[in-house]
Design a protein around this ligand. Structure first.
Ligand code: FE2
Length: 234
């Protein structure tokens, strides 16, 4: 793959450096690789065990990445980012499998960064002010996230998003992603059973509460609120 990139750059010469650079960036993304966990797999214990994190990242997330690579091979999607793929394939019945796997690959990369060991506390003042304006305070936001997680039927995700004017808590089913609805995701909690079943069986609220009390990565949320592209952090 790298050799092919160099060949492409050489062929374009100096006349079209921008194009060569774009090709290099696009080609370097493929095949997609599983992004490493941003922390050791035992660092969210006891809320999320190393066993859960190892399986969740190494088997489930890896599986979505592998499937995307299989589905994009030889197609026009092969030079697109995960974000581009999920936006292009949403609500396209002929691309359901690609959408689901690309969205799950993106969602999981976003989820790992939404958590951090020794997280929690309070967000920086700018984000805290946004939260206060939209929810009344950080405590009320946490209640909204916990409530959305508890009431989501089946598998899905609970998100803190921005609609440009205010922050919202939204939930999505299965692989669905709020980018499709023009929202900017700031944080997400995975509420598929594979995220918590080994640790707390069906007690989803216990897992969510553990995250809300200990592992929320406010810096990541604040960066996303400022418009930092999450794909570059994943
Ligand atoms: Fe998951």
């Amino acid at each position: 793959m790298i050799a092919a990139v160099n060949d492409a750059a050489a062929m374009t010469g100096t006349g079209d450096r921008m194009n060569a650079q774009a090709q290099q960036i696009a080609s370097a993304m493929h095949p997609f690789a599983l992004p490493p966990l941003p922390y050791p797999d035992n660092s969210l214990e006891p809320v999320i065990s190393a066993r859960t994190l190892k399986l969740h990242h190494g088997v489930h997330h890896q599986g979505y990445v592998d499937k995307v690579n299989e589905l994009v091979a030889g197609t026009s999607f092969a030079q697109q980012s995960l974000r581009q793929i999920l936006l292009a394939t949403a609500a396209q019945p002929e691309h359901t499998a690609l959408f689901e796997n690309a969205a799950q690959a993106w969602n999981h990369a976003f989820y790992w960064h939404s958590l951090r060991p020794r997280g929690g506390g309070l967000p920086a003042p700018a984000l805290e002010a946004q939260i206060a304006a939209s929810f009344g305070g950080v405590g009320a936001l946490k209640e909204a996230l916990a409530g959305a997680a508890k009431s989501l039927f089946g598998s899905g995700w609970v998100w803190l998003v921005s609609d440009g004017a205010r922050l919202r808590v939204v939930s999505t089913h299965n692989a669905d992603n709020p980018l499709v609805d023009q929202y900017t995701p700031l944080l997400v909690i995975d509420v598929w059973e594979h995220a918590y079943y080994l640790d707390v069986q069906n007690r989803r609220p216990e897992y969510v509460q553990g995250i809300l009390e200990n592992f929320i990565n406010w810096e990541f949320a604040a960066a996303n609120a400022r418009g930092v592209h999450a794909d570059e952090l994943a």
